[in-house]
Design a protein around this ligand. Structure first.
Ligand SMILES: *Cc1c(COP(=O)(O)O)cnc(C)c1O
Length: 393
């Protein structure tokens, strides 16, 4: 079964839902007794929010995680009923809508608890909250480490105290405590141990304040796969759900048993012969040494192809590997295919599962000097997404 024909757009993102379900199965195994919260923020890392979420649940995910409240509401509007946590709040948040939609919300500061408690008093039902502890990433969360010498009180402690008061009143229900690693992709890094210890302290503090936590979670994909001892009750993988390795220097997706879910392909728009020395694409940064065939591929940086992959991004045409020739443009790029007989309409694969010799998102990440997270999540809404497979349908 697949979505309706996306129409004549000559480039597409194909997403294998069965691969997503399979990858969640791999993560469940790695997580031991801990449950899997599949992270589906950023349109499921570009894979399509709702079908990916359903596939992850079919694969055994117990909950879903997103960054923005609007992403959580989009899941509810689509009828997804699993527990959903969103963790990027600003004071402009519509707490009433989140409460009405039965969404769990991460609180990083007392003001967030107050907003949620106010909504709870209006609706007559408690807000479900998870307290976010900053154990050393210094990004979101209430800072859980001392700041000033000699003063052991922390922002996280203040958050816990405030939550305990609101919980006693019945305005909030504190479902969990969680945190996020700075260096999970370097398992031996000293911050990994330090953050694990700081998280244990944060949990102790919350439980000591009388909060009955249902879930305590710390591990993203890299930690789930490399530091199983950090799993607590739940793990929170994103990238690995989509079949990409969060630790490409340590283990490939294949080594980890993961199946990349996304394939990006396009159909050649123009194929033509050009003479030796003909500069190709804007700025003529590439010129063939001899007469050759160049093909114009109708997908560009407005679709998510990184311009940094100019002259280096790998592609597969006719079963053979080539590279982007010259600069990536807004809607297209060029590939020198030598004397390969290629015609308009022939398929060009940018990346896929890697099983058939085609490049992977990781190959593109290396070519463009970035991480595979950015490669897949940037393939934006202009390209039709075609979902294949059965999981979650
Ligand atoms: C994005 C994110 C995750 C998932 O991270 P991956 O490295 O993709 O597994 C987990 N937790 C939080 C708080 C995040 O922002």
């Amino acid at each position: 079964m697949s979505d309706p024909d996306p129409g004549p757009w000559p480039a597409q993102v194909t997403v294998d839902l069965d691969a997503i379900a399979h990858n969640v199965g791999v993560l469940r195994e790695r997580a031991g007794s801990a449950e899997v919260m599949a992270v589906v923020k950023a349109d499921a890392y570009g894979h399509g929010l709702v079908p990916s979420a359903r596939a992850a649940l079919a694969g055994g995910a117990a909950a879903l995680g997103v960054a923005q409240p609007a992403e959580a509401l989009a899941l509810r509007q689509a009828g997804v009923q699993a527990p959903v946590l969103c963790w990027l709040l600003t004071p402009a948040v519509d707490a009433d809508a989140l409460l009405a939609a039965d969404v769990q919300v991460a609180a990083s500061a007392p003001w967030a608890l107050d907003l949620l408690a106010a909504a709870a008093r209006r609706s007559g039902r408690p807000a479900q909250v998870q307290l976010k502890a900053d154990t050393g990433l210094a990004r979101g969360g209430a800072f859980a480490l001392p700041v000033t010498d000699g003063d052991p009180r922390t922002d996280f402690e203040a958050l816990v105290r405030h939550a305990a008061v609101l919980a006693a009143e019945g305005a909030v229900r504190v479902v969990g405590v969680f945190s996020h690693f700075a260096y999970a992709d370097a398992p031996g890094h000293p911050t990994v141990r330090a953050q694990r210890e700081a998280f244990a302290d944060a949990v102790r503090l919350a439980e000591g304040a009388g909060l009955h936590l249902e879930v305590r979670h710390l591990s993203n994909s890299a930690a789930t796969l490399t530091t199983p001892g950090a799993a607590w009750d739940m793990v929170r993988p994103g990238l690995a759900v989509y079949g990409l390795s969060p630790v490409p220097d340590v283990a490939s997706a294949a080594d980890l048993g993961l199946r990349p879910a996304m394939t990006v392909s396009a159909q050649v728009a123009v194929a033509k012969r050009v003479p030796a020395g003909q500069g190709v694409s804007y700025g003529h940064t590439y010129a063939p040494e001899r007469a050759t065939t160049v093909v114009d591929v109708p997908v560009g940086y407005a679709d998510g192809v990184p311009r940094h992959a100019s002259n280096v991004g790998p592609v597969q045409v006719g079963g053979r590997r080539f590279r982007v020739s010259g600069r990536v443009c807004m809607d297209q790029f060029v590939v020198d295919v030598g004397d390969l007989p290629v015609q308009a309409g022939d398929e060009v694969v940018l990346f896929g599962t890697g099983a058939d010799g085609a490049p992977t998102a990781q190959d593109w990440a290396e070519a463009a000097g970035t991480i595979s997270y950015e490669i897949v999540s940037r393939f934006g809404p202009r390209l039709p997404r075609r979902h294949v497979g059965q999981a979650g349908r």
